[in-house]
Design a protein around this ligand. Sequence first.
Ligand SMILES: [Zn+2]
Length: 92
Amino acid sequence: MAGTAAASPSCIFCQIARSSTTTTLLHTDEKVVAFQDINPSASRHYLVIPVDHIATVKDLRRRTEDYSLVSHMLNVGQTLLSRDAPNSIQYR
Ligand SMILES: [Zn+2]
């Protein structure tokens, strides 16, 4: 994980992205990780988060490169869902 953004030690997503929790990661690459929601409200509920700490969605909108990051997050989520639950596509 070559994250350059400052990780927040109290941020659960940063902990998960750095594999410092027991959460099973469904997907990892240099930009994002995906995992199953700890309290799934749907039978298949995946979260896809950036490896770099991004405090809020607002912080994503500043640079064009972040647009490609968001697109990548959506692609990973769609890929996981179509692989594991092709009949129950759900988004939040
Ligand atoms: Zn974080």
